[in-house]
Design a protein around this ligand. Structure first.
Ligand code: GDP
Length: 301
């Protein structure tokens, strides 16, 4: 069995590769819930939905958000009514979110996700990191912002000085799934807003220290492949590089995979992580995703 720690863009790409070569029912995914919130009256668990749509082959492959070929009738009608949505939600995607919102009246988030993934015929267990809501504050030079206000808000972005998130309790299966896995994979996700919230919860680092843990760096050279990882890493005082990523995970990581463009970093990283593997980590198509998955899972396949 394997457990994957995931955010909502980089790791789902790797999951597409893993899914092709490893038994889905032996795969568990612990997903970030930091950004979960209500939008347009529905509960949005963006990273969880992305992971679900990835397993169900429904994901919009361009954005890794929402369902491919979805329509936006409700979204467009809301704009016409002068009530534009802060988050653009497609019609089919909204249906899943409405169901989640309804189910949350009588179930916790883990139970809701389990009901939905079974409906979507997903064999992998998808585990929200927590059933509690996170409070997250992006401290910037123009004041404190919510995560979504920062992400969706205007460009250029204000300077980020800190990221503060509340402490939440891990959901039931988080620790046991790490403990029972032959391999724990930290996907190429934003280390600050996707992975740190998971590993900061009580008991998670202790479980990871006893596990066989491999990470894939989301940073190639001095820039992330996509998204705001660089500004967040900077704000918390980490170097924006695969070395910086390694230093965030160094307490418990057995092995890190870095991109071939970062070969010059190998020596430095070996001072803090036992094994450093170098290959192409840019997942541009299904072949590169499967190739990376094969390297990650090489002890198990
Ligand atoms: P978010 O929830 O949208 O922020 O998504 P994630 O936390 O999953 O991840 C975003 C991170 O994935 C970014 O830091 C990207 O640099 C990284 N990423 C995206 N695509 C790739 C890729 O093909 N290769 C690697 N190595 N990293 C990637």
């Amino acid at each position: 069995m394997i457990t994957i720690l995931s955010g909502g863009t980089g790791t789902p790409k790797l999951i597409q590769g893993i899914k092709r070569i490893y038994n889905e029912s032996k795969t568990k995914v612990i997903v970030n819930t930091l950004e979960n919130d209500y939008f347009s009256g529905v509960y949005v668990a963006a990273d969880i939905d992305t992971v679900m749509y990835t397993f169900a082959d429904l994901i919009n492959p361009e954005t890794f958000y929402g369902i491919k070929n979805d329509t936006f009738i409700t979204n467009e009608e809301l704009a016409r009514l002068n009530s534009p949505e802060l988050l653009k939600i497609g019609d089919k995607d909204r249906a899943l979110k409405i169901q989640k919102t309804r189910l949350l009246k009588n179930h916790n988030l883990s139970e809701v996700v389990d009901i939905q993934r079974k409906k979507l015929n997903i064999k992998s267990k998808i585990i929200p990191m927590s059933n509690e809501n996170s409070e997250v504050k992006i401290v910037t030079d123009i004041g404190d912002l919510t995560f979504h206000d920062f992400l969706i808000g205007e460009n250029p972005k204000p300077k980020v000085k800190n990221i503060i998130f509340s402490k939440v309790k891990p959901s039931n299966e988080v620790i046991s799934s790490i403990e029972e896995s032959e391999l724990v994979i930290i996907g190429p996700s934003n280390p600050i807003t996707s992975i740190l919230p998971i590993i900061s919860m009580d008991g998670v680092k202790e479980a990871l220290k006893k596990a066989n843990v491999i990470a894939i760096s989301p940073i190639i050279g001095k820039i992330p492949v996509s998204g705001p990882a660089a500004v967040f890493m900077n704000a918390l005082g980490y170097e924006v590089s695969s070395y910086g990523v390694a230093s965030i995970y160094s307490d418990f990581l057995n092995k890190i995979i870095i991109d071939k463009k970062d070969i010059s970093e190998k020596k430095r990283i070996e001072e803090i992580i036992d094994y450093v593997e170098i290959i192409n980590t840019e997942m541009i198509d299904i072949n590169t995703k499967v190739e990376l998955a094969k390297i990650v899972l090489k002890e198990l396949i």
